[in-house]
Design a protein around this ligand. Structure first.
Ligand code: PLP
Length: 451
């Protein structure tokens, strides 16, 4: 490598700028090159260390290089397991399937079928939509504003973010967007619990009104909108949308790509509200860091024909080994409990920081999927009187955190929400340390922004 500056990180970043696509994202913010990573710590090529609260957008539930996950990988390699098998059977695949079915509520698992998809969340979303459209012989999909379901052209058509969609004139049609309830930035201008009530009534009337204009093939929802700005749905709202969709035989597809396997404090986010979805979409955490994606669905929907959703890389055996090991660790080390406890601890710290730093408008989320909405007092207010969010200030805080050795990402409208997605096995000292860095960064940015 030709060194352009004395800083190794900058040299790598500049070389990346020269050769990689303009569509790259994280790399434009985090201008470093990662040398190694262990647990929740990342070391760059200058030997600087960082707390990783991005966890590869949630795909590393146990952090980096977890010893049990590495053991599982080593055993699989030693045993000469095939790296790929299309969708043919292996003992490891059977064991993975058994484990994932056992991890699901019995009522759902007893009627479930699994489709292994090409290994990313997007492909699982595409499969789920195809499945329900074929089964119902209908086209319309009910999706939510603020949703993120991936970058395939079907998945994108169901996501809120207009900026990305505007580049593409002809996405899949037939998506009907519904307002997602939001206590702090209520789409109905009321806030609090009323946001749920109005949303429920609106959805019911849309579906029951003969002049409602849609005949849905399914409804797709995240129960904590992640990329949309960490917006949790209440249990009551979830139960009601389940009831409405059930009463009208509309398949309910829960996108657990980001929430699945413990992120929200339950193995699956729908378990908070005790509902049974018709389709569960899973990826990220289930591969324990290696790529894997599945949909699991009610057998009544299983009417698509042979080859309806093929793909070369659907038999990623090593990811099944690492996924299995990850699930075992989550269960044996009681990481659901840890997700709840550490999430609470982090939220408490964030609330304390909010008292000192008026840039923080809202703190929300579930388990270890937390978001901090950054507001700008120089801008106006929304209909509820809350100051508007500020992607500009959020980005400054993110960069300040990075400088101080903490990796967090932004999301939500205008990129105004700072997102915490630490590994599920984070401990209290680590929570305290990342909170201290975050506090310093917030206070520093507020001092300079309002100087
Ligand atoms: C809820 C949700 N669905 C789908 C996806 C798409 O997954 P992938 O990026 O693996 O295609 C994501 C990715 O962040 C997601 O958060």
């Amino acid at each position: 490598m030709i060194n352009i500056t004395d800083d190794h990180n900058t040299n790598y970043a500049l070389r990346q700028d020269e050769r990689e696509s303009n569509a790259r994202t994280y790399a434009k913010t985090f201008r470093f090159a990662i040398k190694s990573a262990q647990g929740m710590m990342i070391t760059d090529v200058n030997n600087k260390t960082y707390y990783d609260c991005l966890s590869c957008a949630g795909a590393l539930p146990l952090g980096h290089s977890n010893p049990q996950v590495i053991d599982a990988l080593n055993v699989a390699i030693k045993d000469n397991v095939p790296f790929q098998t299309l969708d043919m059977m292996t003992p490891l695949k059977d064991e993975f399937t058994e484990a994932i079915f056992s991890s699901l509520p019995t009522k759902f698992a007893s009627r479930a079928r699994i489709q292994f998809c090409s290994p990313c969340g997007t492909d699982a979303v595409e499969a789920a939509i195809k499945l329900t459209r074929i089964a119902t012989q209908k086209s319309d999909i009910l999706a939510f504003r603020g949703a993120y379901h991936g970058m395939g052209q079907g998945a994108m058509s169901m996501m809120g973010n207009r900026q990305n969609k505007q580049q593409l004139p002809n996405l899949m049609g037939n998506t009907q967007f519904l307002p997602y309830p939001h206590k702090y930035r209520c789409p109905f201008g009321v806030g609090g619990d009323l946001t749920d009530e109005i949303s429920i009534n609106y959805i019911r009337s849309l579906i029951e009104d003969q002049e409602g204009g849609v005949t849905p093939a399914g409804m797709i929802a995240e129960l904590v909108q992640g990329e949309g700005g960490v917006i949790p749905a209440s249990d009551r709202w979830t139960q009601e949308i389940r009831k409405i969709t059930h009463d009208h035989s509309i398949p309910l597809l829960i996108d657990e790509v980001q929430t699945g396997w413990g992120r929200t404090g339950k193995l699956y986010s729908f378990e908070h509200s005790n509902i049974t979805p018709d389709v569960i979409i899973l990826s990220k955490a289930i591969g324990g860091g290696l790529p894997l994606a599945v949909i699991i669905y009610d057998k009544d929907l299983d009417v698509w024909k042979t080859g309806a959703h093929t793909g070369t890389f659907r038999g990623n055996t090593l990811a099944m080994a690492t996924g299995l090991a990850t699930l075992k660790v989550i269960q044996q080390e009681e990481l659901l409990n840890n997700s709840v406890l550490m999430g609470k601890r982090l939220k408490q710290h964030l609330s304390e920081i909010q008292k000192e730093c008026f840039l923080i408008g809202d703190i929300r989320g579930r388990g270890l999927m937390l978001g901090v909405e950054i507001i700008d007092h120089k801008k106006g207010t929304d209909i509820l009187g809350n100051f508007l969010q500020s992607g500009e200030i959020a980005r400054k805080i993110k960069l300040e955190c990075f400088d101080k050795g903490l990796i967090i990402e932004t999301g939500g409208r205008d990129g105004g929400v700072l997102r915490f997605l630490p590994p599920l096995n984070i401990n209290s000292e680590q929570v305290d340390s990342i909170s201290a860095i975050f506090r310093d960064a917030c206070l520093q940015v507020s001092r300079t922004y309002y100087a």
